[in-house]
Design a protein around this ligand. Structure first.
Ligand code: HEC
Ligand code: HEC
Length: 354
């Protein structure tokens, strides 16, 4: 496609040239405007008086999941969406999860910072949860505007026979459909996906649709197809190292790194860094500089004085807090009630090996 100014110059050159009359097939190429499959949902208007409470951004999102663009009228996943699986999943008490993203066709992802992609306005991300084979909840995040805070978060609760899902209130819902699964409140969504002022997160807001999480072989995401949507190419650079270390650091990255990371949106009250950086060798991971053989700063019990104590899982606050549920020592503090046996085993084995 020609930029309009170039098109105009060519058009002028053609009309001015007396010697070479314009042939019908030499028509100046018309600018075809790019149109996104889904328009951006419009943010609620902000009241100008002091009495009216501020609307919540999720008010812009539809009441029914079927109106969010996830499905076609036939009930299939819309073809404009990309299914993806992060390399390491967040532990959600054993729930099964499936994820999709819609990237507006007319805007690239600004991928200049590989760890914090800037997703274009209009991006929508969905994650569906099933418990014991029953579809329970589908979460949606959408970027409504250009500012970092212009993201809306919502959760849709399925009905018992799995035909329709409806948006739940901002308080979330415990024991959804009579299962042990709790739908988090909007405040909790932001503690992991939001800005530092809401608890923690990353500037990208997305935590699984990221370079480091997509760069693995057993994924349905076509990274080559995705490459055309990125402003900077994604040259595959999967983490390599001893299996024990890769597994443990991956578990920490996905379960803890949403809050414990050094980005501007990471948890403000602690310098603990449990995240991984794309393209960095494993030994440069923040966990070695900020946790291994480092004293705890906030967490104090007589038997635990280190964030991670080499060779001593029992003396490591990171593992002790992963093994705790139901009190203020639990980590992550939200989103789970059961211990992640596989994840804790990976971290325990790695600490023993240090
Ligand atoms: C305990 C932290 C935590 C909480 C609370 C949380 N999430 Fe997430 N979420 C994650 C992580 C980590 C991922 C990526 C890993 C995965 O999907 O397993 C993720 C993935 C997602 C995805 C897929 C896109 C992406 O970022 O990869 C959506 C959509 C999503 N979450 C929406 C929500 C919504 C809406 C809420 C609140 C109702 C919420 N989440 C609550 C941590 C959290
Ligand atoms: C939703 C945000 C969030 C997530 C996710 C999260 N944490 Fe935390 N973490 C906090 C907060 C808030 C504190 C400070 C208050 C406290 O210590 O309870 C903290 C403190 C800590 C501390 C104490 C650091 C010190 O120096 O005393 C450790 C250790 C810790 N977290 C480990 C973890 C581990 C391990 C995970 C993942 C399994 C994790 N956290 C996931 C929010 C989070």
């Amino acid at each position: 496609m020609l930029p309009w100014s170039l098109g105009w110059v060519l058009a002028c050159a053609n009309t001015d040239s007396q010697d070479s009359p314009r042939l019908p097939d030499e028509q100046v190429e018309e600018e075809v405007p790019c149109v996104d499959t889904f328009p951006v949902h419009v943010m609620p208007e902000m009241p100008t008086d002091y009495e009216t409470p501020l609307p919540i951004r999720e008010d812009a999102l539809p009441e029914l999941l079927s109106e969010t663009g996830l499905y076609t009228d036939q009930g299939d996943i819309h073809q404009a969406l990309i299914a993806f699986t992060p390399r390491w999943s967040l532990w959600s008490d054993g729930a099964d999860k499936v994820r999709w993203v819609y990237i507006p066709e007319c805007s690239p992802i600004d991928s200049s910072d590989a760890d914090n992609w800037e997703l274009p306005v209009g991006t929508r991300l969905w994650k569906e949860f099933s418990v014991d084979g029953q579809r329970v909840e589908t979460r949606l995040m959408e970027r409504l505007g250009p500012r970092p805070q212009d993201w809306a978060y919502a959760s849709y609760l399925w009905d018992q026979d799995g035909t329709q899902a409806r948006k739940v209130g901002i308080e979330g819902q415990n024991q959804a459909l009579g299962t042990t699964h709790n739908i988090p409140s909007r405040a909790e969504c932001q503690e992991c996906h939001g800005p530092a002022s809401k608890g923690g997160g990353r500037p990208s807001r997305s935590l699984g649709f990221t370079a480091i999480q997509l760069d693995h072989s057993d994924t349905e995401t076509d990274l080559n197809a995705l490459a055309s949507r990125l402003s900077e190419p994604l040259e595959s650079d999967p983490l390599t190292g001893p299996d024990t270390t890769v597994q443990a650091l991956g578990v920490l990255h996905t379960n803890c790194g949403s809050c414990h990371n050094p980005s501007r949106d990471g948890l403000p009250q602690s310098d603990l860094d449990l995240s991984l950086v794309w393209g960095h060798p494993l030994e440069q991971a923040g966990v070695f500089a900020t946790a291994v053989d480092q004293p705890t700063q906030l967490f104090a019990t007589p038997s635990v004085r280190h964030r991670i104590l080499s060779g001593d899982p029992h003396g490591s606050a990171v593992l002790r807090r992963m093994e705790t549920r139901g009190n203020s020592a639990q980590m992550p503090p939200i989103g789970t009630h059961q211990v992640d046996e596989e994840g804790t085993a990976a971290v325990r084995t790695w600490i023993e090996s240090l």
